[in-house]
Design a protein around this ligand. Structure first.
Ligand code: BGC
Length: 390
């Protein structure tokens, strides 16, 4: 059986600055990784040295057959101190956009992917409403320099993970667990998305702009439907609603969350494969998420992230095949799904878990930085090239 995706369906891979560039010392994550007692198992360090190696990485991506590359701007490089902008950093990202285009790929630029400059965090971080104008000003300056070369833009990557992991679970900076902070961060993240969106839209260039929300499948025992709906609304719904009316909604899905009758996380179901991330092998998460996002926002959908952290590349191929089956069912039902970005191009820094989970289509030697494509790279590249899933 084979399925051909709609004409113009965009196939890409995604990365984020702190996870691949190396030397991103001026942000809150670097500080968090080095703090005494940090839950982070290791620092990002040189990461994949992508700051210097991006030309060959992008060439490799194009050779595989992809049509787009999603990467993020490191705010702390562009605005190393409040109101002080680095022309050299902006030029770097301009070159990245140009290199991406010259390789025949669409540059998809994320303005914030989990990392915030140290100065912005010392002065209040995401719980302080001042962050909204700070982020909007950064967007305004960055788009003025880059806008005419951007192909598509995401404002804030997974705002709901920034608030949840940073202010409730405490394994992202600032490492707090405080319901009041969690609520405040959500409000500021939603407002920052809106203001950032307007700033990017008012700059040069004419390209689609959207938000990228962390989503998944959800389960709760019978009788706990109310708790389930409430949790889903708190985690996903409010951020989807804040993105309604945007040019697109970015769906990012990996797994399923099981809740107890009280709404607390239950952990994996016995008998279901558990991945290195500690969650279930659950490719169906993508289909469920696309349907929910389309329902709440009524916007065109791009899968801006989907993937699996595994050392078993055959399992990766199986996972993506199953997940794409879900995309296909959505398309068959008439949903407007416009693209799929695999997370990630490279094995990279998986935040608090360090370099152990392997999401890449390409392996990276941690000492020599030598890249070794896995079979899944050619496999997914061929799907991208032919726009067809066999
Ligand atoms: C994030 C990525 C992360 C990936 C895999 C998403 O939550 O945007 O930065 O590496 O999932 O866990």
């Amino acid at each position: 059986m084979s399925f051909t995706f709609p004409n113009g369906f965009v196939w890409g891979t995604a990365t984020a600055a702190h996870q691949v560039e190396g030397g991103t010392w001026n942000n809150d994550w670097w500080e968090f990784e080095h703090a005494p007692g940090s839950p982070a198992v290791e620092p990002a360090g040189d990461a994949c040295d992508h700051f210097w190696r991006y030309p060959s990485d992008i060439a490799m991506l194009a050779d595989f057959g992809f049509g787009a590359y999603r990467f993020s701007l490191e705010w702390s490089r562009i605005e190393p101190d409040e109101g002080e902008f680095s022309r050299s950093a902006l030029d770097h990202y301009r070159r990245m956009c140009a290199t991406t285009r010259e390789a025949g790929l669409i540059p998809v630029v994320t303005f914030h992917h989990f990392t915030t400059p140290r100065w912005a965090v010392t002065n209040g971080g995401w719980t302080d409403p001042a962050i909204v104008d700070r982020f909007a000003r950064f967007c305004e300056v960055a788009v003025a320099a880059l806008g005419d070369d951007i192909g598509m833009a995401c404002t804030i990557n997974e705002p709901n993970i920034v608030s949840l992991m940073g202010h409730m679970v405490g394994v992202f900076p600032p490492g707090h667990s405080d319901l009041g902070e969690y609520a405040a961060a959500n409000e500021n993240l939603k407002a920052a998305h809106r203001k950032g969106y307007d700033a990017i839209k008012s700059g040069p260039g004419d390209f689609p702009v959207g938000s990228c929300v962390a989503m998944g499948d959800w389960w709760a025992p019978d009788g706990a439907e109310g708790v389930l709906a409430q949790t889903r609304e708190m985690h996903e719904g409010q951020h989807l609603a804040a993105a309604a009316g945007d040019d697109f909604i970015g769906v990012q899905a990996y797994s399923r969350t099981r809740l107890s009758a009280e709404g607390l996380p239950e952990g994996p179901e016995p008998g279901i494969e558990v991945l290195d991330m500690g969650y279930e092998y659950w490719p169906n998460a993508l289909e469920v998420s696309i349907r929910y996002a389309a329902d709440v926002t009524a916007s065109p959908v791009y899968v801006t992230e989907n993937g699996i952290g595994t050392t078993d590349d055959a399992q990766r191929i199986r996972y993506v095949t199953d997940a794409l089956g879900g995309v296909r069912r959505c398309l068959d039902d008439g949903l407007d799904v416009r693209g799929y970005f695999y997370w990630s191009l490279l094995d990279n820094f998986e935040w608090v878990l360090g370099y152990r989970p392997r999401f890449g289509l390409v392996g990276v030697d941690r000492v020599t930085q030598v890249r070794t494509p896995k079979p899944s790279a050619a496999w997914l590249g061929e799907i991208a090239r032919t726009n067809t899933l066999e």
